[in-house]
Design a protein around this ligand. Structure first.
Ligand SMILES: [Zn+2]
Length: 486
């Protein structure tokens, strides 16, 4: 891109992640998507005068867990603040958030880029806050109604903020993918972008190459997939570049990304922090997070994605491509580990997982937990191939589909259908002799020195045994039989 010859691209990302607690952040209403409008509300989250917020301990647990997983520093004490703005989906007229003393600072994620390099994306902070409700606007022009649903009002969020260290749209995409994977591994959010439990805003600016002063930043909102984030950043960088080159001034504003038209549109001028009139939330005491609490949470941390990738390299010797595919989803990786406990042919397991298993899951839109074949059963099937009881071809075409369809064990399918590999000379020899006499042209070719013609004879033996002949025994027997004849 010619733009980067003259300008540095500076990107910072803010991710809002909804925590999967049972109840909301300051009241005991259900934190659940898809309920009847305003079903999950109470005087606290409706902002009734005289009500008091009570902090959800599990939301803090999950927030601490995230901080530890991402290598950030948890503050000894922290506080909540009111962030004021007027909007119909915000009944109190303010949002309880954290302003100048977030519960955690620093940390970051190492990301691997497509050119083989890697980069550490530093975080500025993570803070806790409550979400607002949701507005739906009527599309009927005769009824200019807007409907307010406050089920989401008061649900717990973490806002995860990077330093402005991201320099390309690809880095943004890879960072988001890595972050989502981490949040799923530590099980603090379902990260469902369609339901809005993971949302991303990007701050983008350009500055002349090497300049110290940052350019005017523009915030892009409304991006509901990581591919859209990447596309929106690409678009916005070009827009700002053209504006600067034409001596236009970049306005500090919030823009919306329109996926269908691939353009960003101005939404509103960007608020400064002082527009929000932040002040400490008087209804919540300061929150002390002591060492014991942190250590208690640390002990619940599972193996993290980067650690698991390293283990797959060290213990299983898998190629990086396989590792990335298998560990992308923690449940798939858990399944892999369970298969590997019962079968040592790790690369074969990986091939089966990336091939037959994932194909089956994606075709039928199943999650691995709903899959009919259990890890032990898959391990048995792969072991039977390794022991040359059945061929790989038969395993894929005849055995595996039956295991999925009728939940049968591989051994049962092989027994019932008589699919065992045939390596017995007494069975194979008559078939070979038959094949030789049925293929006089191939025999003549072999006589004339065309060794490849042996393939025709082996092929017709395979056909006669419906693919069950053991390739090695078959090939050796055909060779010796031909030598005897010639
Ligand atoms: Zn409530």
């Amino acid at each position: 891109m010619a733009i980067t010859d003259h300008y540095d691209i500076v990107i910072g990302l803010e991710v809002h992640c909804q925590l999967k607690t049972k109840s909301k952040l300051f009241c005991d209403c259900k934190n659940q998507f898809g309920c009847e409008p305003n079903e999950n509300t109470c005087p606290v989250c409706l902002g009734m005068p005289g009500t008091l917020p009570v902090l959800n301990r599990v939301a803090v647990d999950y927030s601490i867990k995230t901080a530890l997983a991402i290598g950030a520093k948890v503050a000894e004490t922290t506080k909540f603040d009111r962030k004021h703005y007027f909007y119909p989906d915000l009944p109190k007229g303010y949002q309880i958030s954290q302003y100048d003393e977030p519960y955690c600072t620093g940390g970051g994620l190492n990301v691997n880029l497509s050119d083989g390099s890697s980069k550490f994306i530093e975080l500025n902070r993570i803070h806790m806050e409550e979400d607002a409700g949701k507005l739906s606007h009527s599309e009927d022009s005769h009824m200019a109604d807007s409907i307010v649903d406050l089920n989401r009002a008061g649900t717990p969020l973490m806002e995860i903020v990077t330093e402005p260290v991201i320099s390309t749209p690809e880095e943004a995409y890879v960072y988001l993918t890595e972050l989502k994977q981490l949040l799923e591994y530590i099980d603090v959010s379902d990260c469902n972008m369609q339901e809005g439990s993971l949302r991303c805003d990007a701050n983008i600016s350009l500055k002349p190459k090497g300049a110290a002063k940052l350019g005017t930043k523009v915030e892009i909102k409304n991006m509901n997939s990581f591919k859209n984030v990447q596309a929106a950043i690409e678009h916005e960088v070009k827009r700002q570049y053209l504006a600067i080159e034409n001596d236009e001034t970049i306005v500090q504003e919030t823009r919306l990304y329109d996926v269908d038209k691939d353009v960003t549109r101005s939404m509103r001028s960007k608020e400064e922090a002082n527009d929000y009139r932040y002040f400490p939330e008087p209804d919540l005491p300061r929150l002390a997070i002591d060492e014991n609490w942190i250590e208690e949470i640390r002990s619940t941390l599972p193996e993290l994605p980067a650690q698991r990738r390293q283990r797959y390299r060290d213990s299983y010797g898998l190629p990086d491509y396989d590792i990335a595919q298998i560990t992308a989803d923690r449940n798939i990786a858990d399944f892999f580990d369970a298969v590997a406990e019962n079968c040592k042919a790790y690369k074969e397991i990986s091939n089966w997982m990336m091939g037959e298993v994932m194909r089956e899951l994606s075709e039928r839109k199943l999650s691995i937990s709903e899959f009919e074949v259990q890890p032990k059963a898959l391990a048995e099937l792969i072991s039977l191939i390794e022991q040359k009881v059945i061929s790989k071809k038969i395993a894929k075409e005849d055995v595996f589909p039956e295991m999925v369809k009728n939940k049968l064990a591989a051994k049962t399918v092989i027994e019932e259908k008589g699919l065992k590999v045939e390596s017995n000379d007494d069975v194979l020899l008559p078939i070979i002799r038959e094949a030789i006499s049925a293929n006089p042209k191939a025999v003549a070719d072999i006589r004339a020195g065309k060794k490849k013609a042996i393939g025709a004879i082996i092929g017709s033996c395979m056909k006669a045994t419906k693919g069950k002949a053991d390739p090695q025994s078959l090939s050796a027997l055909v060779q010796s039989e031909l030598e005897r004849l010639l």
